[in-house]
Design a protein around this ligand. Structure first.
Ligand code: SF4
Length: 292
């Protein structure tokens, strides 16, 4: 069986920065304890568990918004995750006796800034993103003029007659899905101002999968099911390259029956997956003898 690691894969610059910020805070006694993170610092359980073992508290609960998490904050340090927060949540944090450390990715901040600029011009904002994702939450809370859609079917075209529209999106959206949605909106509203905000890291990881998955039998994407960019890599691989694709968290999720008849397998990973875990998957696949 031929194993093809896809490049680039793994940690993006935004994740590298966020992880380093947490490490720097941990190593600096000047930051008051406890160190709390408003949600998963990046959407990967291994990264979160590693920080938990070092005493960092990740404030999270199933489907909890940043607002709800704030009620659990105690005096100490609070780190904002790579996905960012809304101004509303930021002001709530400022009222608490905590030191705030911001690990928001610069690409997320840029999209927020663009939305604010267009809100100041009284434009209606169509934001294409996954509902209940913290990045979407950080933008949708800016104003009631921000309308979140996940697909073109969610777009209520009659709602925006005589309005100036600004259309943008979550940074980790699928490059293929975004083309469909943006061109669909532009057909209905040719004057809509459009800014595709998929970040470079997401784009080049997705393009690498489209390129690598030609004539392969199977693809593994290593990552956390909570990670939007990981989910989109799986979707893209499956739907756009017709390749049987599995999302796995580590080599422990690989079953030998997945590999029956497989001659070529590709491996990639989400932008929040540590390279050490993906390397273990690649090493395992290289070592396995499926005829055993
Ligand atoms: S995937 Fe893109 S937007 Fe998200 S943290 Fe990485 S660089 Fe930033």
């Amino acid at each position: 069986m031929k194993v093809i690691p896809i490049r680039p894969r793994g940690f993006c610059p935004g994740v590298v920065k966020a992880v380093k910020i947490v490490e720097d805070v941990l190593n600096n006694p000047a930051y008051p304890r406890p160190i709390q993170i408003l949600g998963m610092i990046v959407h990967n359980r291994h990264v979160v568990d590693d920080f938990t073992s070092k005493g960092v508290i990740t404030l999270e609960g199933a489907h909890e918004s940043r607002h709800e998490m704030i009620s659990k904050v105690v005096p100490g340090t609070v780190i904002i995750t790579a996905h960012g927060i809304s101004d509303l949540v930021y002001h709530m944090l400022k009222d608490l006796p905590v030191v705030i450390v911001d690990a928001t990715c610069k690409d997320v901040s840029r999209t927020q800034k663009l939305v604010k600029e267009h809100l100041s011009k009284n434009h209606e904002i169509i934001y294409i993103g996954k509902r209940n994702h913290p990045e979407t939450e950080s933008v949708s809370e800016l104003s009631s003029k921000v309308h979140v859609i996940e697909t073109l079917d969610d777009f209520n075209e009659s709602e925006f007659r005589d309005k100036q529209l600004f259309v943008t999106n979550q940074t980790t959206f699928s490059i293929r899905d975004i083309q469909t949605i943006l061109s669909g909106i532009q057909k209905i509203y040719p004057n809509a101002i459009i800014s595709d905000e998929i970040c470079d890291s997401t784009r080049i990881r997705q393009e690498a999968i489209l390129e690598a998955n030609k004539d392969v039998d199977l693809c593994f994407i290593v990552g956390d099911p909570k990670s939007n960019n990981t989910q989109n890599l799986v979707k893209l691989s499956f739907e756009e390259t017709n390749t049987l694709t599995y999302l796995i968290e580590s080599e422990k999720d690989i079953k030998k029956e997945m590999l029956f008849g497989v001659k070529t397998v590709t491996v990639s990973s989400g932008a929040s997956t540590p390279n050490s875990i993906t390397k273990r998957v690649i090493d395992y696949l290289n070592s396995i003898n499926i005829d055993e």
